[in-house]
Structure formats: structure tokens, C-alpha cells
Design a protein around this ligand. Structure first.
Ligand code: FE2
Ligand code: FE2
Length: 210
């Protein structure tokens, strides 16, 4: 265990026990998925340990930290400041925990909203957070995400984002621009894989009218 890992494990003692237990379950799931998909298990461990560093902060505290960091708010961040607990943890992980790996920092930043260009490590951490055993019970679609994650991280991401968008619409939640962009990217990649060429707008129209 290196210094960063020790510091992050010690930080878990200061957060509510339910949150610490969630983080430990995400670490286990991230390590398991990392091993399956050939991702650096140590990097997955550090990202999972740090992903919810700010999760117990109030909306007011998150908005204060965002202002201090000069972080530009998406309209969805302003409506649901909880979405900020991923990206705002990045400077704190760099400065106080000596996390310098950009891939790990991206995994923490994007675990709340997803984003375009996510690496396999970032997808592993995003999915591990959503399918850890306690969350798996909540919905059949999340169980489907877990099934897909065994063999295809991109398919699992798309399944989760589809589920998330549906729940957001049903619940009146805002959609973060990063979430929409991430899903569009996964859709485009999926179509390119099927047809060999990127889809056109006309194809998209036909698809939506089916
Ligand atoms: Fe989180
Ligand atoms: Fe989490």
C-alpha cells in the first residue's frame, strides 16, 4: 500500500459509515472489473477510494468549493450541486493526497456525470459505482448493466446512461451536458461498429421514426 492509498483509506474513517462502506464495495467491484478488462488494478483502487471524497458535503458546501476553485457550473450543476462532488474532488486529491495520474483523476471527475472520451479505467470506476452490490438490488436495468460489464464496458455504459436518462425524465431531474455528450458518443460508436461508417442525420431520423 503506498502513501496515497493509506491516506485515502484513513480519510474513510472521517466520513459517515454508510458512505465508507459504499466506497469499500466500489473498490472491490472496481478491482474485479479492472482485472477482467486488463485495466491497472492499483489505479482502479486509488480512483475508487477517492471517488466519493466530497460525497458527504452539503449542496451549499459544494457550491462554495466550486466558487473557490473557479469551477464553471453546468446548468445541471446549479440545479443539482451533488453532481459536483466528482469534479471538485480532483484538485483536493492532487494537493492533499498526491494523486497525479490524469486517468485516475478523470475517473473521479467523471463518475457523477460520465463524459466523452472516457478511458477503460474511467468506465470501470463509473460502472463499479453504479453496480456495487447494494445498488444492484434497485432495478433490473442496473442488473443488466452488471451483466454487460462482464464483457463489454461500452455497452454497460450505454445501458446505464439510457437508464439514467429515462429516470431523469420521469423524475424531473436535469440532464448534465456531459451525460448527454457521453451517451451521444456511445451511440455514434455503436453505429459505426454495426455499419462500418458513421451514421448520417437521415439515418438517425429514420431510426427515431421506427
Ligand atoms: Fe459519487
Ligand atoms: Fe459512489
Amino acid at each position: 500500500m503506498n502513501d496515497t492509498e493509506e491516506l485515502l483509506r484513513a480519510a474513510l474513517l472521517k466520513v459517515p459509515s454508510g458512505l465508507a462502506e459504499h466506497v469499500i464495495r466500489v473498490v472491490a467491484e472496481a478491482r474485479r472489473l479492472a482485472a477482467i478488462h486488463g485495466v491497472d488494478v492499483h489505479a482502479a483502487t486509488i480512483a475508487a477510494l477517492g471517488h466519493d471524497l466530497l460525497r458527504a458535503h452539503s449542496d451549499e458546501r459544494l457550491l462554495t468549493i466550486a466558487a473557490e476553485q473557479g469551477y464553471e457550473l453546468d446548468p445541471a450543476d446549479a440545479l443539482e450541486p451533488i453532481l459536483l462532488h466528482g469534479p471538485l474532488a480532483v484538485p483536493i486529491l492532487q494537493e492533499r493526497y498526491n494523486v497525479l495520474d490524469g486517468d485516475v483523476l478523470g475517473a473521479v471527475a467523471f463518475h457523477t456525470t460520465a463524459n466523452t472520451g472516457m478511458t477503460r479505467l474511467q468506465q470501470v470506476v463509473f460502472i463499479a459505482d453504479k453496480i456495487e452490490p447494494h445498488k444492484l438490488e434497485r432495478h433490473a436495468r442496473v442488473r443488466r448493466v452488471a451483466e454487460l460489464a462482464e464483457t463489454d464496458l461500452a455497452a454497460a455504459m450505454r445501458e446505464y446512461l439510457d437508464y439514467h436518462v429515462r429516470v431523469a425524465l420521469e423524475s424531473g431531474w436535469p440532464l448534465h451536458s456531459h451525460t448527454v455528450a457521453a451517451r451521444n458518443e456511445l451511440l455514434a460508436t455503436g453505429r459505426t461498429e454495426v455499419t462500418g461508417v458513421p451514421s448520417t442525420v437521415d439515418e438517425a431520423r429514420t431510426y427515431s421514426e421506427d
